[in-house]
Design a protein around this ligand. Structure first.
Ligand SMILES: [Zn+2]
Ligand SMILES: [Zn+2]
Length: 169
């Protein structure tokens, strides 16, 4: 867990501080598959600015997440450039928008924030390539390697009965 102790910063209004941290990312689980950040530990840049009312946190980093293609199960990855902002005023009431969910007991939880930012930034489908043809729903073969179609009748058991009748005639 990567956190920053906000009391240690002692920023005055108008002051800006840059912090460079390393965040370790646990694997993500999406649609029953496992996606890993590679590398699992990534450098992040945090800029902390003290405004008169609240502290402004700007988080920036680059991440790459890799795992099975959601269509063909081949290798796929997604690259993300994250820029996220949080505001925090310790005097604001709980659940107020000026109170960051990532600040607990005067510590900013950079690790959880970075992880959530990636989860939000990931594409809906992680694919080996944008036009991946996927696996054949009938026979399970990779349609990228072996493009094919099955005739409609193979899917319908009534045709099998007719075929059998015809064979007997
Ligand atoms: Zn694919
Ligand atoms: Zn097939």
């Amino acid at each position: 867990m990567t956190t920053i102790d906000l009391r240690r910063l002692r920023l005055r209004p108008g002051e800006v501080r840059q912090e460079a941290l390393d965040v370790e990312l646990e694997p993500f689980h999406l649609g029953g598959q496992r996606y890993e950040a590679s590398p699992a530990t990534i450098p992040v840049e945090l800029e902390i600015s003290q405004a008169s009312g609240a502290t402004v946190f700007d988080l920036r980093f680059h991440a790459r997440v890799a795992g099975p293609c959601m269509r063909c199960l081949g290798f796929a990855d997604a690259e993300l450039d994250i820029a996220a902002r949080e505001l925090h005023d310790p005097a604001a009431p709980p659940a107020d928008e000026l109170r960051s969910d990532y600040v607990v007991d005067d510590r900013l939880d950079v690790g959880t924030w970075a992880r959530d930012a990636i989860a939000l930034g990931l594409p809906e489908q992680i694919l080996c390539r944008p036009d991946c043809a996927g696996l054949c729903p009938t026979c399970g073969k990779d349609l990228n390697v072996e493009p094919h179609e099955h005739a409609e009748r193979e899917l319908d058991p009534r045709w099998a009965v007719l075929d059998e009748l015809r064979d007997r005639l």
